[in-house]
Design a protein around this ligand. Structure first.
Ligand code: UD1
Ligand code: MN
Length: 446
């Protein structure tokens, strides 16, 4: 009985199992087989096998796909991580740039040689310097002159923000007989190369204010450079900022406009700011002599402009120097040094940016009434006028009449911007302007 019951139970279980398997097989094959297709049992087994294979393939494909996707996500994450790191780096760099433009360190480089009167220059620098930290003073001495070095030491002794460096190459420069009289200019160019490399490369400063040992400065000299310095970054067409107006005599400037600044194509020198970036461009071709005239050749400065004031912020007291005293007696002696303090850092100087300036400048000048230089000096009036010129000769004639410098460098008249020279004579603004469509300077002028 027990055995029969056992057998019966086994039979029932097997039957149920078989039915269940059959049901499952049939059911699963019905699941995604088009209902119109009826399959034989043999077919359905093959079909199941196929399906399993297909499923296996699909699963494999899906796995590959999701792996690929994962890889892509990983790559993307890596990239965006890198990008955000780069972006962070850029942001930091930008912030540093903005910081160094709005809160710069502008060392003053004093070019000294053998004149003990450098004391006068240094006394004023120390007197008007608003901050020792922003404006450290670096004196570079050429010429190996001991008495001058003693003077310099009296400034460096008690002030760690004033330092002296000695130009190490004091060797005589060998020159052909015809050039011997220019030896001084060769030495000056050699000294400048050393001193600028020292401040901008060795010490690594971003920019430098260059002052010669025979310059007086105005009370707002430092404020002038602090206020104009951002222009050097904002406007790539400006390569230098100078404290000097080459036509800075009282009679030809507007004494009521100490805040007025101009663009000029003529490098003025005599108290000026140079960026390291520009020095790195200039240094490889730095000339052996006459570096200032070299800087007045547009080929060397890529035709970029300088900023200069209406009223000079420096005054040269160096009658005895490399160029003989004649130039001093004829011109330098009469230059007017600004006495007012202009808060340049609080002024909006956007009018000096090329895009704004050029259009306004030329359209103003060419909309003004014409007048000859003779009429300007013999008549009174307060309206601005244009004095036309057509060639080097007529320019020089008009300039002389008005009391302006009449010389050229690389075809550029002193203080000219796009061929136009501006001055202020007998109460009126005067523009000497080409009476032809100006495109560039003619190096054969002068
Ligand atoms: C004139 C320019 C000056 C320019 C120089 C170079 C004016 C008023 N002056 O010099 O800005 O730099 O031409 O073309 O336009 N010095 C040396 N080593 C020397 C001799 C001089 O370093 O062997 C230094 C002086 O200390 C001074 C500078 O060079 O700082 C210019 O010398 P200076 O004697 O003043 O010559 P300038 O005729 O004024
Ligand atoms: Mn000088």
């Amino acid at each position: 009985m027990f055995k029969m019951r056992f057998n019966l139970r086994r039979l029932i279980i097997i039957t149920i199992a078989l039915v269940a398997i059959l049901y499952l097989v049939l059911h699963s094959s019905l699941l995604d087989t088009p209902s119109s297709v009826s399959l034989s049992p043999r077919h359905s087994v093959v079909d199941i096998e196929n399906r399993i294979n297909k499923l296996q393939l699909q699963m494999k494909q899906q796995l590959t796909d999701s792996n690929n996707l994962l890889d892509k996500v990983k790559l993307h994450l890596k990239k965006s991580n890198h990008i955000s790191k780069e972006a962070a780096k850029d942001t930091i760099q930008n912030e540093l740039d903005i910081e160094s433009v709005s809160n710069p360190i502008l060392p003053v480089l004093v070019i000294a040689c053998d004149r003990i009167t450098v004391k006068r220059c240094l006394d004023n620098l120390v007197k008007f310097r608003p901050s020792k930290e922003i404006f450290p003073i670096i004196i570079s001495q050429d010429c190996g002159h001991n008495a001058t070095l003693q003077v310099l030491k009296s400034f460096t002794e008690n002030d760690p923000t004033i330092n002296v460096v000695l130009q190490p190459d004091l060797s005589e420069i060998r020159l052909p007989r015809a050039k011997v009289k220019f030896r001084g200019y060769y030495k000056i160019a050699r000294h400048y190369r050393f001193a600028l490399n020292h401040v901008l490369n060795t010490l690594g400063h971003e920019a430098v204010i260059i002052v010669e040992d025979d310059l007086d400065i105005s009370p707002d000299f430092f404020e002038y450079f602090l206020g104009t310095y951002p222009l050097l970054h904002k406007d790539p067409s400006i390569w230098c900022i100078s404290a000097w107006n080459d036509n800075g005599k009282k009679e030809v400037i507007d004494l009521s406009r100490p805040e007025l600044l101009h663009r000029t194509d003529f490098f003025p020198g005599l108290g000026w700011v140079l960026r390291r970036e520009t020095w790195l461009e200039l240094e490889p071709n730095w000339p052996e002599a006459f570096f200032d005239d070299w800087l007045r050749d547009p080929e060397n400065t890529q035709g970029r402009a300088c900023i200069r004031p209406e009223i000079s912020r420096t005054y040269s007291f160096g009658k005895i120097g490399v160029s003989k005293g004649l130039f001093f007696d004829m011109h330098l002696r009469y230059m007017h040094l600004n006495a007012d303090f202009v808060e340049f850092t609080k002024l909006n100087l956007t009018y000096l940016v090329k895009d704004v300036y050029d259009e306004a400048f030329t359209s103003t000048v060419y909309s003004l009434p014409e007048m000859s230089a003779d009429e300007v000096i013999s008549s009174a009036g307060d309206t601005a006028v244009r004095v036309p010129y057509s060639n080097a000769k007529t320019y020089q004639k008009a300039a002389k009449k008005l009391g302006l410098m009449d010389d050229f460098r690389s075809g550029i008249p002193r203080t000219a911007y796009r061929g136009i020279v501006t001055c202020y004579v007998r109460g009126r603004r005067v523009y000497l302007a080409p009476d032809f469509p100006w495109t560039k300077y003619d190096p054969t002028w002068g």
